[in-house]
Design a protein around this ligand. Structure first.
Ligand code: ADP
Ligand code: MG
Length: 139
């Protein structure tokens, strides 16, 4: 089934000029980048985006990392895009990420792990709507 998911290329990756390298893995996996923008997250946006982790010990560090450099927000489309992108991303902890995944190739640590991807279809819809209007997703 054709789906859409939400992706962020995180500051550790944009800082190291890896946007194109990450996108090559995304496209190589058969996902289409149907919407994309480079932005700087505000502190409020980053806090709200990771609200679900607000009680975790790494929350403040995560928010700081997310606003330190620009990010690239993306809408990805393809068959089972949510699950497919989670596979392409690899495990949260790069030491556990499979060969060929974005995090295995590029992540610096469990915190600075290069990409975000939605974890459910429901959250994909919520996250896309936080950053994109319909006209910003040309397809
Ligand atoms: P994922 O991004 O794989 O969905 P989570 O939703 O569990 O992972 O966590 C969100 C983000 O919080 C991670 O991508 C990572 O940047 C950060 N994070 C998660 N766990 C840790 C941890 N133990 N220490 C530091 N940062 C973490
Ligand atoms: Mg998550």
């Amino acid at each position: 089934m054709t789906e859409r998911t939400f992706s962020i290329i995180k500051p550790d990756a944009t800082r190291r000029n890896l946007t194109g390298a990450v996108n090559a893995l995304i496209e190589g996996a058969g996902l289409r980048i149907v919407g994309q923008r480079r932005i700087r997250l505000t502190e409020d946006q980053a806090k709200k985006f990771y609200e679900v982790h607000a009680a975790r010990p790494f929350y403040n560090e995560l928010v700081s990392q997310m606003i330190a450099e620009p990010v690239v927000v993306q809408v990805l489309e393809g068959d089972n895009a949510v699950a497919r992108y989670r596979e392409v991303m690899g495990a949260t902890n790069p030491q556990e990420a499979a060969e060929g995944t974005i995090r295995k190739a590029f992540a610096l640590s469990i915190g600075e792990n290069s990409v975000h991807g939605s974890d459910s279809i429901e959250n994909a819809g919520i996250e896309i709507a936080q950053f994109f209007t319909a006209d910003q997703i040309p397809g």
